[in-house]
Design a protein. Structure first.
Length: 485
C-alpha cells in the first residue's frame, strides 16, 4: 500500500471516530454544563486540569517514544513490539501508583470544600486508565481503525451514562465518576484487543532497559509538560485566583478549544508514522511536510475563523445563556487555535526527527511565558487576561519552532499559511456581513439558527476561496492518496 493511501485511510478511520466522539462529546459536555451550572462545571474543569499534570508524570513521554521506535522499523517482529509494550506498561503502572498517592496527599491538603476534594480524588482514577492505554501500538503500526472503534464505543457509553445519571448540581461527584470510569473502560477494551492481536501484556522489570527508555523519552516528557503549561495551567490558576463562576465559563470555552483541535490531532496522528519513516531522506521529509502543512493549516484556519465569528452562537447553542459572558474569551482563544495549528505543523514532526530537545526548549519557553503572564493578567483581567496570555505564549513558542523546523527541512510554508489566512479573512467578512444584514435572525437570542446559517455561509465562502487561491487542489488530493511510499 502506498504511503499516501495509508495516510488517507488513517485520516478516514480516525475522522469517522472523532466525528462520532465529537458529537457525543458535545452532547455530554453541553448536558453536564447545563445540569451542573457554571459553578459545578468549573469544579470539574479545575479538577481535570489539575489531574492533567499528574498524568504527565505517569506517561513521561513514553507513548511518543514507543510510536517513534515502532514506526521507524515496520518489519519489527511481534515479539519486539510486545516486549516494548510490556516495559512501557510496567513503567507506567508503577508511576501511576506513586503519582496517584502523592496526588491524593496534595488534594487532601488543599484549602477547598470537602465536595471539591472528593471530586478531585474520584477523578484520580483516570491515572489507572492512562497507564494501561495501548493506543501507541496501533498508532505506530497505522491500524487507526482499532483506536477508532474503541473511541466510539467508550464515548457513546460515557454519553449515555451522563444523560441517565447527571440531573443537577447535586450530581457533581457522579459526573466526575463517570468520566473516571470511562478512562478505565477505555484501557480495558484496548488490553483485550491487544491480547487478541498479540498476547496479554506481562509485567517486565529490567532496570537497564528502563534507563534506556526513560533517557530517550525524557526530552519528550519535558516537552509535553511544557505543552501542558499552555493547555491546563490557566484553569488551575483561575481555580485558585478567580470566582468559581468565572472558572466555569473558562472551563466551557476550553472544552470548545479542545474540540477545535480535534481535526488537527487526527491529521497529526495519521501523518506521524509517515513523517517518522521519511526521516533521513530530506526530499521525502519535504514532500510529506508539504502535504501535512497544507492539510493542517487549511483546517486550522477554517476552524479558527468559525469559532471567532460565531462565538456567541456556539456558546448559546452548546452551553446556554448562563455562559454568554465568555464570548469574548472564546474569540481570543480562537486566535490561539490558529497559532496552535501552525505549531502543530512545525513543531510535532520534530519529535520523530530526533530534535526533541530543541522542541522541548521552545515549548518550555512558551509555557513559562504563559505562566508568568497568567500571574500578571488574571488578577486584573480575569478570564480574558488568561486568554491573552495563551495567545502571546503560543506566539513565543512559534518563533522557536519555526527556526528549528527551517533548519530541519529548509522550508516554512509561508505561502500556504498566507492563502489559508486570506481564505479565513474572506469567510469571516462574509459571515459578519450577513450578521449585519440580518440582525434579527443572527441575534444571540436565536443561537442555533445563527450557528447553522452563519456556519453554512462561512464554510461555503472558505471552500470557494480555498479552491480559487489554490490552497486546496483536487489534483493534490489525488496525488496524496496515490503517493509512492
Amino acid at each position: 500500500m502506498t504511503a499516501g493511501r495509508r495516510i488517507f485511510l488513517n485520516i478516514r478511520a480516525l475522522g469517522l471516530a472523532r466525528i462520532a466522539t465529537l458529537l457525543s462529546g458535545l452532547i455530554t459536555t453541553a448536558w453536564t454544563a447545563r445540569a451542573l451550572g457554571p459553578d459545578g462545571f468549573g469544579v470539574l474543569g479545575f479538577g481535570t486540569s489539575m489531574l492533567a499534570y499528574a498524568a504527565l508524570f505517569v506517561n513521561l513521554g513514553l507513548s511518543t517514544y514507543a510510536v517513534r521506535e515502532i514506526a521507524r522499523d515496520r518489519e519489527k517482529a511481534p515479539e519486539t513490539v510486545t516486549d516494548l509494550a510490556d516495559h512501557v506498561l510496567t513503567l507506567r503502572m508503577l508511576l501511576a501508583v506513586l503519582v496517584g498517592g502523592l496526588y491524593a496527599l496534595f488534594v487532601l491538603q488543599l484549602d477547598k470544600p470537602s465536595l471539591v476534594k472528593a471530586v478531585l480524588l474520584v477523578q484520580a482514577v483516570q491515572l489507572l486508565g492512562n497507564a494501561l492505554l495501548l493506543d501507541f501500538v496501533y498508532q505506530a503500526t497505522e491500524r487507526m481503525s482499532v483506536i477508532a472503534v474503541r473511541e466510539i464505543g467508550t464515548s457513546l457509553g460515557n454519553m449515555v451514562a451522563v444523560l441517565a445519571l447527571v440531573r443537577g448540581p447535586d450530581d457533581l461527584a457522579i459526573a466526575a465518576g463517570i468520566t473516571a470510569i470511562s478512562f478505565v473502560v477505555n484501557a480495558a477494551l484496548m488490553l483485550a484487543r491487544f491480547s487478541r492481536d498479540f498476547r496479554m501484556p506481562r509485567p517486565r522489570v529490567n532496570l537497564a532497559k528502563w534507563r534506556e527508555i526513560l533517557k530517550a523519552s525524557a526530552p519528550m516528557a519535558v516537552s509535553v509538560f511544557a505543552w501542558a503549561l499552555f493547555s491546563h495551567l490557566d484553569l488551575v490558576m483561575l481555580g485558585f485566583m478567580a470566582p468559581q463562576t468565572e472558572v466555569g465559563w473558562y472551563a466551557a470555552v476550553t472544552k470548545l478549544l479542545v474540540l477545535s483541535l480535534t481535526a488537527g490531532n487526527i491529521i497529526l496522528s495519521a501523518f506521524m508514522p509517515q513523517l517518522a519513516a521519511a526521516y533521513g531522506d530530506r526530499e521525502a521529509m519535504r514532500a510529506r511536510m508539504r502535504d501535512y502543512a497544507t492539510t493542517t493549516l487549511s483546517i486550522g484556519a477554517l476552524i479558527a475563523a468559525g469559532g471567532f465569528t460565531l462565538a456567541p452562537a456556539i456558546l448559546g447553542t452548546v452551553f446556554g445563556p448562563a455562559y454568554a459572558p465568555a464570548a469574548d474569551t472564546l474569540r481570543l482563544l480562537m486566535i490561539a487555535v490558529a497559532i496552535v495549528h501552525i505549531n502543530l505543523t512545525m513543531g510535532n514532526p520534530l519529535l520523530v526527527w530526533h530534535r526533541q530537545t530543541g522542541y522541548m526548549t521552545a515549548i518550555l519557553i512558551g509555557g513559562l511565558t504563559n505562566a508568568a503572564l497568567n500571574l500578571l493578567l488574571i488578577p486584573r483581567y480575569g478570564i480574558e487576561g488568561s486568554a491573552v496570555a495563551t495567545i502571546i505564549a503560543e506566539l513565543t513558542a512559534m518563533t522557536g519552532l519555526a527556526w528549528l523546523h527551517r533548519r530541519a527541512v529548509g522550508q516554512l510554508y509561508l505561502g500556504i499559511a498566507a492563502r489559508a489566512a486570506l481564505c479565513a479573512a474572506l469567510a469571516v467578512g462574509a459571515t459578519l456581513g450577513l450578521t449585519h444584514a440580518l440582525p434579527d435572525l443572527m441575534a444571540p437570542a436565536h443561537p442555533l439558527p445563527a450557528l447553522l446559517i452563519g456556519g453554512s455561509v462561512l464554510v461555503a465562502v472558505y471552500t470557494l476561496a480555498a479552491l480559487l487561491t489554490g490552497l486546496v487542489r483536487p489534483s493534490r488530493l489525488r496525488r496524496l492518496i496515490a503517493a509512492a511510499a
